[in-house]
Design a protein around this ligand. Structure first.
Ligand code: TXA
Ligand code: MG
Length: 359
């Protein structure tokens, strides 16, 4: 089949504000979506690969372009709260509270679905994941197309999610007709996915993300965490969480220890002939080893900077041709929970600890 280069259309949100629906790129993208094609667009978390959530054919194209396993359901993006009722059986009370506080924003809520969406979106499950993204281009595109948009992250399955249009181009050029380029995304890790289908109103985090457990608890009281997020032997409720994900090409190992321990691990690997990459924060910059390729990812004083740069940093290692990557670890609270979840997925769960290493 002929491979045509993907069109990249730049959208300036600053100067075009208020007129985005008239932007030629957004109009063109909305037309493509209405013809059953797929388009990549920015959200406040990562770039998404959108398609008409009512069309089996459009959804098949998303799975095909990404090489995504078909048992992994997609998030449906809408622009207004009143659209939810069309696609779900009911809105539980806790879900409504959370929608009022966090939408538009990086919170995805799993409801029982009404059967109106393509069954390919929900991978045959009885539930559907929905969110309103907090990004002017995403919202303009949803409104201009007048469609619910199913959109997974716009990366090839298994690669780090794209936080810039160039990352999408790298992964999907020639496989999709168009990318709307809105610059770098803000949050940098994907939305928090929560399940609100429990009959007793229990809210459970299926994937940690931009909205923290602590922030959710301020609104609805105690929030639970899918045990599979902490215990590798459990089967996750969210099908996507079972895959090794977000992975750069080289294996990533997390280092739980001080700088001398980190140094020792890097030097051991280097002596055995491996090209080593290290993922460190500003605080450890230049302190680990001159033989390693160092990528600096934000500051520990403000974890939003780490989340924001994480995927871009992981992609940098692929350009540098390293054989192994060692990374710092982060506290499991607040945004640290999402960062650690993504590192664990990239690492396949491997952590080297100073305490147990000597035993
Ligand atoms: O920030 C985000 O959420 C981005 C942007 C584009 O919105 N999207 C994104 O989509 O990360 P994706 O497909 O890469 O991740 C969707 C996650 C997967 O882990 C999937 O298994 C889960 O949501 N999910 C979707 N529908 C579900 C359902 N009905 N029940 C449980 N988990 C579901
Ligand atoms: Mg993804």
């Amino acid at each position: 089949m002929e491979r045509k280069d993907t069109v990249v259309s730049k959208v300036e949100t600053e100067s075009d504000q208020g007129q985005l629906h008239n932007h030629t790129g957004i109009k063109r993208a909305a037309q493509l979506l209405n013809r059953g094609e797929v388009v990549a667009f920015p959200t406040e978390t990562v770039y998404g690969l959108g398609g008409n959530a009512l069309s089996d054919e459009a959804i098949s194209q998303i799975f095909e372009a990404k090489g995504r396993p078909s048992d992994n359901p997609l998030i449906v993006h809408i622009a207004r709260q009143d659209q939810v009722l069309e696609y779900v059986k009911e809105i539980p009370k806790n879900a409504q509270h959370l929608m009022d506080v966090f939408w538009p924003g990086p919170l995805t809520i799993v409801f029982k679905h009404s059967g109106k969406l393509s069954p390919k979106v929900t991978a045959g499950l009885s539930t559907v994941a929905i969110r309103i993204p907090d990004h002017p281009i995403a919202l303009a595109l949803i409104m201009e197309s007048d469609l619910p948009l199913a959109a997974p992250s716009a990366n090839t399955s298994g690669r780090p999610s794209p936080t810039e249009a160039s990352h999408v181009f790298e992964d999907l050029n020639g496989r999709i007709p168009m990318i709307l380029d809105g610059g770098k995304t803000g949050v940098g890790v994907e939305s928090t996915v929560i399940d609100c289908t429990d009959p007793n109103g229990k809210v459970t985090i299926l994937r940690p993300g931009g909205i923290t457990k602590e922030a959710l608890e301020e609104v609805v009281g105690e929030v639970f965490v899918d045990p599979a997020l902490v215990n590798r032997d459990e089967i996750p409720i969210s099908p996507g969480m079972k895959y090794t994900h977000y992975a750069p090409a080289a294996p990533l190992i997390m280092i739980n220890g001080g700088i001398p321990f980190f140094k020792k691990k890097v030097e051991e690997a280097s002596r055995s002939g491996k090209r080593v990459g290290i993922l460190v924060t500003e605080e450890a910059k230049g302190l680990i080893s001159p033989v390693a390729q160092e990528v600096v990812c934000g500051t520990r004083e403000d974890l939003t900077t780490v989340a924001n740069q994480l995927y871009h940093s992981l992609r940098k290692f692929d350009e540098g041709n390293v054989d192994i990557i060692f990374s710092e670890i982060f506290p499991e609270t607040d945004l640290g929970a999402a960062i650690m979840n993504r590192l664990r997925k990239a690492a396949g769960g491997e952590i080297l600890s100073e305490i147990t290493a000597g035993k």
